[in-house]
Design a protein around this ligand. Structure first.
Ligand code: IMP
Length: 426
């Protein structure tokens, strides 16, 4: 039996998609458990680039079932658009199902996200995909779930009552135009027959699979520092992209998780607002951005770049209980004379090695760095760990020592084949 969770340990964009793609090869099922189409995974298979937002990267393995779990906020229009893109590339989408408990991300959620961001004095820098508004409705208990779509007359009534309230908000608070109910219903009428057959009670499907000893892969989107509880609140997303989030968002007991794989990028990036202790707002940061192609897959925004922050990775380990680290994009650092790693935060003269909950404190934190000599050799074709340059090995060893988690896989390039397997994750 093996149920594996893959989570991001930083601010997202660690390269989870590529690793899931590798692990999904042996999985009977891939499950997304939180977030929505705010995610962006770029997966390269046989030189062809696939950018996915809502569908998990594991969808590319058509042999297993691909599940949009109960904890996801799912925009059905985006779902169908991504499926159609995959179909155009000759891939099957027959194996995709959506939880009847998942919330429907409605067109008015996207509109609300845009209006809220435009009006906010303290902007979060959201992806404007409606994630926050949809989760707010869910927890305020007036969200619409997928099972409600099955009875279209009922669904229409629900849309009417929700939109009546939303339009008051749009017009009276944001001084914006109301949304047209008729247009929303017409759009749903067009996709109804495609979506309804995909709606299933997924929680027992997932639990039965685990009980039958099948391999189930839970694919996290975003990452620990964007967690609604433990990230840099309020500059976070509205879900829990942690191993704990799996239990809630997929409906399985914590005792059913065997492996928690934390994906660590060899440096740090973040998109959107919020404190970022190791940020490099200089040529060095630009160098990393250029070499790492650090531009958002969802919004195209240039990502903020900085040195690896092990205080953050330690925080992620504490919350997720990592059994393995997958280290990604280490090849991007090739060519640097010196590489820095943050091992502590100096806050008002006191050095700490944990992430404070008060963002004002994080904002004042000055990074305490350990420096490593860089390497110049191209490492992208290397297949065995021992063939890596000594400087690179020292860097990896230090990550293991600091976090006390083994680095089980090292990704040294963008393609599926550019991986060094160190320990068996399966
Ligand atoms: P939202 O999830 O669209 O509400 O955005 C909230 C914050 O999370 C913003 O700073 C976004 O840039 C960030 N965010 C959301 N999804 C991702 C992701 O997949 N990668 C990186 N950052 C993300």
């Amino acid at each position: 039996m093996s149920s594996q969770v893959v989570v991001g340990t930083q601010w997202g964009d660690e390269g989870k998609g590529k690793i899931v793609d590798v692990l999904a090869e042996n999985a009977d099922m891939v499950v997304r458990f939180q977030g929505g189409d705010n995610a962006g995974h770029t997966v390269i298979v046989n030189g062809k680039k696939h950018v996915l937002h809502l569908l998990p990267s594991g969808v590319l393995h058509e042999d297993g079932l691909c599940i949009i779990g109960p904890g996801v906020v799912c925009n059905p229009f985006v779902l169908l658009e991504e499926m159609s893109q995959l179909e155009k590339s000759g891939l099957s989408t027959q194996h995709i199902i959506v939880s009847d408990r998942a919330h429907i991300l409605m067109p008015y959620h996207c509109y609300q996200d845009e209006l809220e961001e435009a009006a906010a004095s303290n902007k979060i820098g959201t992806t404007k995909k409606g994630i926050g508004p949809c989760y707010s409705d869910k927890y305020a208990r007036h969200g619409i779930r997928f099972h409600e779509l099955k009875d279209f007359e009922h669904f229409k009534k629900r849309v009417a009552e929700c939109l009546e309230f939303k339009n008051k908000l749009f017009v009276n608070v944001y001084n914006a135009k109301p949304m047209d109910e008729k247009k929303i219903i017409e759009d749903f009428e067009k996709i109804y027959s495609k979506i309804v057959p995909m709606i299933k009670e997924t929680t027992s499907i997932v639990n039965d699979a685990i009980d039958e000893g099948k391999t189930v892969l839970f694919e996290g989107a975003q990452a620990c520092m964007l967690d609604i509880n433990y990230g840099t609140y309020p500059y976070v997303t509205s879900s829990s992209p942690t191993s704990a989030g799996v239990t809630e968002g997929a409906g399985i007991a914590p005792s059913k998780i065997d492996k928690v794989v934390g994906v660590v990028k060899a440096y740090s990036t973040r998109v959107g607002e919020g404190p970022f202790v190791t940020e490099l707002e200089d040529e060095q940061g630009q160098w990393i951005r250029d070499h790492g192609h650090e531009f958002g897959a969802t919004t195209g925004r240039p990502r903020r770049c900085g040195w690896l922050d092990l205080v953050v990775v330690k925080h992620a380990n504490m919350l997720n209980g990592l059994t393995d680290i997958v280290l990604t994009k280490i090849d991007v650092l090739t060519g640097l004379d010196t590489i820095k790693v943050c091992v502590g935060y100096d806050i008002d003269g006191k050095v700490v090695d944990h992430v404070p909950s008060d963002q004002a404190e994080v904002g004042r934190a000055r990074p305490v760095y350990k420096e490593f000599p860089g390497w110049k050799e191209d490492i992208t074709k290397i297949e065995k760990k021992e063939d890596l340059p000594k400087e690179c090995l020292d860097y990896i060893e230090f990550i293991e020592q600091y976090t006390k988690v083994p680095v089980s896989l090292i990704s040294v390039g963008p393609d599926r084949v550019n991986n060094i397997y160190v320990n068996e994750i399966k």
